[in-house]
Design a protein around this ligand. Structure first.
Ligand SMILES: [Zn+2]
Length: 149
């Protein structure tokens, strides 16, 4: 039985740092400079690159909202929704340096009508509901940059 007092654990250990600011951990190809998220276990996916020297690198903490959609209904299992269900947004954010798109849920409490393509976003780590774990599990989310935590 998990203890009700233990702090939440990462949902996906090794996918992101929990420091301040938190960062996703990706792969960087030493040959062509491409970035990947999640990390690659095998060689570079660039068809013009035969390099296999991939290193783990922290990715940009900031980005721009590239696209988003709202979820106004509760997703089916195995998704574990908060009770009661509250509509949320899924954001596609273009990372500042890597210019790659990373999906993630928008933090709760953001008025979905205020989301605008191109707005500055930042990565945060928050608990998400998890089955049989009162504290939930930690996962990355996006929020408008500079918004109150
Ligand atoms: Zn490469």
């Amino acid at each position: 039985m998990p203890s009700t007092s233990s702090p939440p654990a990462p949902l996906l250990p090794g996918w992101y740092t929990l420091g301040e600011p938190p960062q996703l951990i990706g792969s960087h190809c030493a040959g062509c400079g491409s970035h990947y998220f999640p990390r690659l276990a095998t060689g570079c996916r660039n068809p013009d690159c035969s390099d296999s020297r991939l290193e783990d690198v922290p990715l940009s903490h900031n980005g721009r909202l590239w696209s988003f959609t709202t979820a106004s209904y509760q997703p089916p299992a195995p998704y574990v929704a908060a009770e009661p269900f509250v509509p949320f947004a899924l954001a596609a954010v273009e990372l500042e340096r890597e210019r790659m798109i990373v999906l993630g849920q928008v933090v709760a409490g953001v008025d979905l009508d205020t989301l605008r393509i191109g707005m500055a976003m930042e990565l945060v780590i928050e608990p998400v509901p998890a089955e049989n774990e009162p504290a939930g599990r930690l996962l990355w989310k996006w929020r408008p940059a500079g918004a109150a935590p």
